[in-house]
Design a protein around this ligand. Structure first.
Ligand code: ASP
Length: 437
């Protein structure tokens, strides 16, 4: 028998009907033996995610505001699941314990983690699988750093004992026994960790879209789906804003060479997107995907003979460090460098930073371009093919879009252009049309 780890996201587990679909998917393939559960997500537009309600509960408690109603709302969602599925997961008793803990005083991470905890309990009861609490095996260090190898070893031993199990996503334990969560969307990371620990053949990530699309469907009309993608291409695309999987979810499976399959619970017949190590240049495919985001600021620095001056870039970066500003990209020329920074980090600091760069590094000129968008055109097919950049730049030129910055990664599988925020959508549509059709 093979092993598949299937992680189900919030919308796949939002209500009894969705959980029934989820069970149908799990039962359809006996290899789906280890299941990772998110907290219940939105059932309809404007609905609340249970995790958001839990954070709200936590902030009410912190501010000593009455929280009974929010707690009831959360409890109601789980009781509804329990009765809708006709299982006994002892949710009443679990909530009595939870309320008692709230009175004693618990951290916001603990409160937030209960969405996954209760949901995994219900799912395990409904599937007839063993419930294995992530708190016992997903380990964080003193400073909250995730302990990847320790976790892998502990989980490996724990899960070996059970042929089938449900593990709650999103959280683990600190050395002092307290609960610690990953960042939002972190159940994807738990799924990846579990997949590595059990040596899965594939890590299936079940969500509410049929995988990655070649561009954002809010910008490009019915973009094509991406059937296969490499880990590296995924990294480039998700860094630039294609959000289907948590950024940090790739690392554990990548280490173990386990492919990730993004699937749609509401359309299980679709093969979704397969993410593998293969750096495949697919016949006829030049570009794999296009992604981007808005609201960057570019600080362009020119200094005569910069390239001959030892430590110049270091001095510039030290200034950013002084202001606690992190940098996205540093495209450079012979005597120029550009600092590309997310504008939100520069609030109230931009003038002082420019001043410091001018004075402390004796730059000849410092120009600032605000309201910039970055667009990444990604694909292994680009590296082998002459004329790709010419086509990209030509397309933007024909569309009347001014390219303010170009950054081509050394792998040649990614060309990033900087354009004005106002040209963002148009630029993406033009690139898509030129390379995909
Ligand atoms: N429930 C958590 C969140 O909403 C984690 C997850 O769903 O992955 O962020």
């Amino acid at each position: 028998m093979g092993i598949k780890v299937a992680k189900f996201g919030g919308t796949s587990l939002a209500d009894a009907e969705q959980i029934r679909k989820t069970k149908g998917i799990i039962d359809a393939d006996p290899d789906r033996r280890y299941i990772v559960a998110s907290a219940p997500g939105m059932r309809y537009d404007d609905d609340s995610k249970v995790t958001d309600l839990l954070y709200l509960l936590s902030s009410h408690i912190e501010q000593h505001a009455p929280y009974g109603q929010i707690l009831d709302l959360i409890k109601e969602r789980f009781l509804e699941l329990e009765s809708g599925l006709g299982v006994d997961a002892q949710i009443e008793g679990e909530f009595r314990d939870f309320e008692a803990m709230l009175k004693v005083g618990v951290t916001s991470d603990y409160i937030a983690s209960r969405g996954e905890y209760f949901n995994a309990k219900i799912l395990a009861a409904y599937l007839g699988y063993k419930f294995v609490d992530a708190a016992d095996f997903v380990l964080f260090g003193d400073k909250g750093r995730f302990l990847m190898e320790e976790t892998n070893n502990a989980l490996k031993v724990a899960l070996r004992k059970y042929e089938r199990a449900v593990v709650p996503g999103f959280y683990g334990t600190l050395p002092n026994g307290g609960i610690k969560t990953f960042s939002r969307g972190g159940s994807d990371i738990t799924g990846s960790i579990v997949a590595r620990a059990v040596g899965a053949d594939v890590y299936e990530n079940w969500t509410d879209v049929s995988g990655f699309l070649m561009a954002d469907p809010r910008i490009v009309d019915s973009p094509k789906a991406i059937d296969t993608l490499s880990y590296k291409e995924l990294r480039e695309l998700s860094y630039m804003g294609a959000k289907v999987l948590h950024e940090n979810a790739i690392y554990p499976v990548r280490l173990a060479g386990i492919p990730v399959n993004i699937r749609n619970t509401n359309d299980p017949g679709s093969p979704g997107t397969m993410i593998t190590a293969g750096e495949h240049v697919r016949e006829g495919r030049i570009v794999t995907g296009i992604a981007g985001s808005k609201d960057f600021t570019v600080i362009a620095i020119y200094k005569n003979m910069m390239s001959a001056e030892i430590g110049y870039i270091k001095r510039v970066l030290n200034i950013l460090d002084d202001y606690d500003v992190s940098l996205e990209h540093i495209p450079s020329g012979v005597d120029t460098i550009s600092l590309v920074i997310a504008s939100k980090y520069l609030d109230g600091k931009l003038e002082d930073i420019v001043d410091d760069i001018e004075k402390k590094t004796r730059a000849d000129s410092v120009d600032v371009y605000e309201d910039m968008a970055l667009i990444a055109t990604v694909g292994y097919g680009m590296a082998m093919r002459p004329g790709v950049s010419a086509k990209l730049f030509g397309t933007l030129y024909e569309a009347g879009i001014n390219i303010r910055m170009i950054d081509q990664g050394s792998s040649e599988m990614n060309i990033i252009v900087g354009v004005a925020n106002s040209d963002f959508e148009n630029a993406i549509r033009s690139i898509y049309k030129a390379f995909v059709g």
